[in-house]
Ligand binder design. Structure first.
Ligand code: SF4
Ligand code: SF4
Ligand code: FES
Length: 480
């Protein structure tokens, strides 16, 4: 535990720390562009310079090991001078197109320009022109003029996703990020983690095609959530329009849509990364919703559907439930508490890997494509769904079970959030709320429980599964 001094203040650092990391822990901020806590040290941007007391030069802190008695200054006149010069150098060929850049509002370069430079360009030369929209595949566009060559994206594809998709070509001010090519490289389209490079790019050089010119980030609010794409349950932020910035003249549906998804750093689950399946959640949630309760395809009020479900439940002696592995802990516990004694329950897989989707890897992606099989199996066991000959009622909760597999002629109660042909075939159908319309928890395969919050109000006709189970149980209790 070497003792170091940062701006005169003593600090017990850990031997393996750099000065930048020790300063972070101490609460002293040193700017950084190329350094990233999960990537190797490149040391190429030079913005993180500090001055060792007594020396007349500066050194980069992201690659400076701590040592007993080391004394560094993070804000001396010499440091400020070098930071300003570095910012002027980095922005020498950077276009001033913040006004049309998707990174505006969360761009490190913008923030650092204000904090450490704040003066117009000193150069009289025209800026070097480069490619504005270089196509990096189906998901990402590269603006080489904005790129500051920090190499974070290159290191990510080499060290984290291991696709080796990107490299830097040419020298000096002709240097450009490009697909790496070669036998060891895959394309970004073949990298299931590709969109993380958009987040870690400190400037607006790597841009999401999904989010391209879609919204200014300050119009959006980030709601903490959990990716339901597999049993890893990565921590994410769902970005959607702030009510004070609701659109009035365009389609009002856009006010209640997810505009983008980003990882929320959770060291216990996913660190700062997510796979692209999380990025595609806006499309998953935007599927056409089931709007109304039904009896055999006929729209009915919720009370009538509840009454019909109650009658079926009262008449049954051997009821089977296929419980959703996408239900929240609260919903699963509500079913267990309210209806667990009335059904023989089996855990159902709501989602399987789609064709072409990576099934499993060593980074995050898990083979079970459901977020809460852990809690579902803990409450209801791990047996595969099976129907005894005496089965006289089936409750299906959620997607993913082919109705052809249900016993013929047996009444079905179906709970689902989306519009599907099966909804109309059920004896009683209930439209469910989405996880973006209610709060809850999932517990992942490692036993880590994470909370998700509601982004939007629940549509009037949709019902929360938790409420529905309690209502079915309450009605039954009154009737018996
Ligand atoms: S594209 Fe972004 S992350 Fe990649 S080198 Fe350029 S600035 Fe860095
Ligand atoms: S690894 Fe699983 S939980 Fe994490 S982002 Fe991908 S699909 Fe979602
Ligand atoms: S952050 Fe240290 S050199 Fe870039």
């Amino acid at each position: 535990m070497p003792q170091i001094f940062i701006d005169g203040q003593p600090f017990q650092a850990r031997t393996e720390q750099t000065v930048l990391q020790a300063a972070d822990e101490m609460g002293v901020y040193i700017p950084r562009l190329c350094w990233h806590p999960r990537l190797s040290i490149a040391g190429n941007c030079r913005i993180c310079v500090v001055q060792v007391e007594g020396r007349s030069w500066v050194e980069i802190s992201c690659n400076m090991p701590v040592s007993e008695g080391l004394r560094v200054l993070t804000d001396s006149e010499l440091v400020r001078e070098h930071r300003k010069a570095t910012m002027q150098f980095i922005t020498l060929n950077h276009p001033v197109d913040c006004g049309i850049c998707d990174k505006a509002g969360e761009c490190t370069l913008q923030d650092y320009h204000v904090a450490y430079n704040g003066t117009p360009s000193v150069s009289q030369e025209p800026k070097v022109k480069s490619t504005k929209f270089y196509d990096l595949g189906a998901r990402i566009t590269l603006d080489n003029e904005r790129c500051i060559l920090c190499s974070r994206c290159v290191r990510f594809t080499r060290e984290i996703s291991k696709s080796n998709a990107l490299g830097i070509q040419e020298r000096g001010d002709h240097s450009v990020v490009r697909p790496a090519g070669g036998a060891a490289a895959r394309s970004l389209d073949e990298d299931p983690y590709s969109d993380n490079v958009i987040d870690i790019c400190p400037v607006g050089a790597l841009l999401s095609k999904k989010f391209f010119y879609k919204s200014r980030v300050w119009y959006l609010k980030a709601t903490p959530s959990v990716c339901p794409g597999c049993e890893r349950g990565c921590a994410i932020d769902l970005w959607h329009r702030k009510p004070e910035w609701f659109l009035r003249s365009l389609d009002a549906k856009q006010n209640f849509a997810i505009d983008r998804v980003t990882p929320r750093d959770n060291p216990a689950v996913n660190g700062p990364w997510v796979c692209n399946k999380a990025r595609d959640l806006p499309e998953f949630f935007a599927r056409t919703r089931a709007a109304v309760p039904m009896r055999k395809g006929r729209e009915v009020p919720l009370d009538e559907a509840l009454e019909a479900a109650r009658t079926l439940l009262e008449r049954s002696r051997h009821a089977v439930a296929l419980v959703s592995s996408g239900g929240s802990n609260e919903e699963l516990q509500a079913f267990h508490r309210a209806l667990g004694d009335r059904f023989q329950a089996f855990v159902k897989s709501d989602r399987q890997a789609e064709p072409g989707e990576p099934v499993e890897d060593e980074l995050l992606i898990r083979a079970d494509k459901n977020p809460n099989g852990h809690t579902a199996r803990r409450l209801f066991g791990g047996a595969e769904p099976a129907f005894a000959p005496e089965t006289d009622l089936v409750l299906v909760w959620g997607e993913g079970f082919e109705f052809q597999r249900l016993p013929r002629g047996v009444p079905v109660i179906f709970l689902n959030a989306f519009l599907q042909p099966e909804n109309g075939h059920a004896d009683v159908f209930f439209p469910l709320s989405l996880m973006t319309e209610r709060a809850g928890h999932f517990t992942n395969f490692q036993g880590t429980t994470s909370r998700f919050e509601a982004c939007f109000p629940r549509p009037a006709a949709a019902v929360d599964a938790e409420t529905l189970f309690e209502a079915l149980a309450a009605v039954r209790a009154v009737a018996t």
